[in-house]
Design a protein around this ligand. Sequence first.
Ligand code: V4E
Length: 218
Amino acid sequence: MNSDMTPSSHLSGPIEVEQKFVPGPDIEDRLYGLGAELLEEITFQDSYYDSTDLHLTLCDMWLRKRGDRWELKLPPQRGTRNLKGSSTQYLELSCENEIIHRVSEELGVPCPLTIEALELKKFASFVTRRRRFQLPHEDGSSAKAVVDLDETDFDFAIGEVEVLVNTQEEVQSALEKVEDVCKQLGVLKDSPVQGKVSTFLQRNCTDHYQQLLQANIL
Ligand code: V4E
């Protein structure tokens, strides 16, 4: 293993295994048909940040401010990009100190006291209205699946089946769980579905979007 392939497991965040899907008009009926329960309905603003040379996103690292809270999504193994496929897995960090450390390390700059001091530039900002559903917990399955139905203020809708796990060893069963829920909802696809940020970039930041496509990130 070279030094760029060290696991990011010392970073303390859950691994999010998810599959996006295009929600059809009957998606809520299907969810309730499976015994799902509406957990919450929330609205939040996400602003995404990168250096001017797009270093972070070209490494598949996604730094955002959701409301007042900083979050970083990155591939679970350093030096590996997330595999392109129908489902994705990302480590999610929400501890500000860990985020500052990881981002400054990636950018090759001294670790500052605040994220703001990195003087990154905002490249996307939008509001999401989210309806989150909890699926019934099945006997014998440790993973809990949730389904998010998102609508943005740029007229885009997307669904996500999501399972959170704490270790890389649990990822395989989470992938199976996500696939199983997608099958039950009738939304299983072989190819990835474009998410909110990708769509925002495609519509508003064509150059950034093209660079990510060329780098095989999107
Ligand atoms: C990871 C990523 C991006 C960051 C946004 O991630 P996403 O899961 O779309 O956001 P959201 O709001 O649903 O987050 P949650 O509330 O669940 O934490 S933008 C692009 N990526 C990479 C990526 C990819 N390569 N392929 C697919 C299918 N999705 C995302």
